[in-house]
Ligand binder design. Structure first.
Ligand SMILES: CC(=O)SCCNC(=O)CCNC(=O)[C@H](O)C(C)(C)COP(=O)(O)OP(=O)(O)OC[C@H]1O[C@@H](n2cnc3c(N)ncnc32)[C@H](O)[C@@H]1OP(=O)(O)O
Length: 399
């Protein structure tokens, strides 16, 4: 078996092979632009696994995204996707060979992190990825949804069809993602080719666009109404005021009993606005973005920090056969990270470093789960304080 890059001419072959690994029939391109979610593929990041007899047996690829870190720092990352091994050639090490090849390629491109969304949560930890952001949905009984304190919106809401709102959505999304830790860029190519899931993909959607008092667009919600349920796929807002105004707009929709707001970060403040705390039910809590650290010092110095301190981390990376001990020194919002032989405060697997890196879970949680080892009683409170983010990390992008 060997691995080789794909060419642009092999686009359809790549997509067909990938779909067969997922047990799907490739969707034909539709006249309205539907069925093109793979149109955003970057051919020079895709590759095939090829059996000795020349048969194509595996695919993997990546997108070039930017990831926002705590402190509104933005870095380039590889967004791994399109991973599949055809069913006749599984459990023979094909994925493992592709992951080794891909991580070397990501490093060679100078990216300190790779990220992905898992089809199954049992696949990727062995390759060094850890769950780092989470989603849940809020289902709100409309008739119980009065706010405890009135929300006076000085802005406006306008309802557009999806096709008339794409430029506004792109602009609002881009402003939002630059301030939201865990968010990925959604390159222009995605909007232009309508790649992804609704509301980027061309499905029927109404788009409620919020404008601030001065007329600047600062939020949108893409939704459908069906049989008394209003479902919001994506709510993107630059400010809490814009989010609240959009929430109030959908919650005041006539002929609706329930409003389902999907893809929210856990613990969203909307729930705390209701007079009746039980008006909203949180469900569907799950992992979303997984993070793989490939360069510990670069990753740790790239994010913003909010508490001063020093921490020595012993990081084990069994898949790449690497182990390193690092002194992290945080001062005035920035960090230095150098190799050290000082005694460690914490020992952890690189996948667990990926899980705490954006602040979506704490070192204490992972220590209580038996994953992270603390070498003295002060280590965990210090590590929790250091890794705490400015906002709950959240990734609204699907890829
Ligand atoms: C980012 C994304 O694109 S997510 C999409 C991932 N793709 C899919 O889910 C499509 C359907 N599944 C597949 O194509 C394949 O089953 C894959 C890609 C998940 C695995 O490919 P394989 O070539 O069979 O994996 P490989 O043989 O390298 O397995 C390596 C190890 O992972 C384990 N493993 C592989 N897949 C799974 C799984 N789905 N669940 C649990 N363990 C798994 C293997 O048992 C093996 O363990 P071992 O080293 O202890 O023996």
């Amino acid at each position: 078996m060997h691995i080789r890059p794909t060419t642009e001419e092999e686009h359809d072959l790549f997509v067909t092979t990938m779909h067969s690994a997922f047990g799907l029939f490739p969707e034909p391109r539709a006249e309205d632009g539907g069925g093109v979610w793979w149109a955003a593929h970057e051919h020079d990041r895709n590759f095939f696994a090829v059996a000795d007899d020349g048969k194509l047996i595996g695919t993997a690829g990546a997108y070039s995204f930017e990831l926002t870190l705590p402190g509104e720092h933005v870095i380039p990352v590889a967004g791994v996707s399109a991973v599949g091994v055809v069913p006749t050639h599984r459990r023979q090490g094909v994925l493992t060979a592709m992951m080794r090849h891909q991580l070397a390629d990501v490093r060679a491109r100078g990216e300190a992190l790779a990220v992905l969304l898992c089809s199954e949560a049992t696949i990727y930890r062995r390759y060094g990825y850890g769950p780092a952001t989470y989603n849940e949905r809020l289902t709100v009984q409309r008739h119980r949804s009065a706010f405890a304190r009135p929300h006076e919106d000085k802005g406006t809401v306008e309802v557009l069809r999806r096709d008339d709102a794409v430029d506004l959505m792109e602009e609002i999304y881009d402003r939002h993602r630059r301030t939201q830790p865990g968010a990925l860029s959604r390159p222009h190519r995605w909007w232009a080719t309508r790649a992804g899931q609704p509301p980027i993909a061309p499905a029927h959607r109404y788009i409620a666009v919020h404008r601030a008092q001065d007329g600047t667009p600062d939020g949108y919600a893409g939704y459908t109404v069906d049989s008394g349920t209003l479902s919001v796929d994506e709510t993107i807002a630059v400010t809490d005021e814009a989010f609240t105004a959009l929430a109030r707009y959908v919650l005041d929709h006539d002929l609706v009993e329930k409003v389902v707001l999907k893809q929210l970060p856990p613990g969203h403040p909307l729930r705390w606005r209701f007079e009746d705390f039980r008006a909203a039910e949180a469900s569907g809590h799950g992992d979303w973005l997984w993070v793989r650290v490939l360069d510990v010092p670069r990753a740790l110095t790239a994010r913003g920090w909010f508490t001063d301190g020093e921490l020595v981390l012993d990081v084990d990376d069994p898949f790449l056969g690497e182990r390193g001990r690092y002194l992290l020194t945080v001062r005035d919002g920035g960090a230095e990270c150098v190799r050290t032989d000082r005694a460690p405060d914490l020992s952890l697997d690189v996948s667990d470093l990926g899980s705490v890196y954006l602040g979506g879970t704490t070192p204490t949680t992972l220590a209580r789960a038996g994953r992270v080892q603390a070498h003295h009683p002060d280590a965990l409170p210090l590590a929790d304080a250091l890794f705490r983010p400015d906002r709950t990390p959240h990734c609204p992008h699907w890829f």
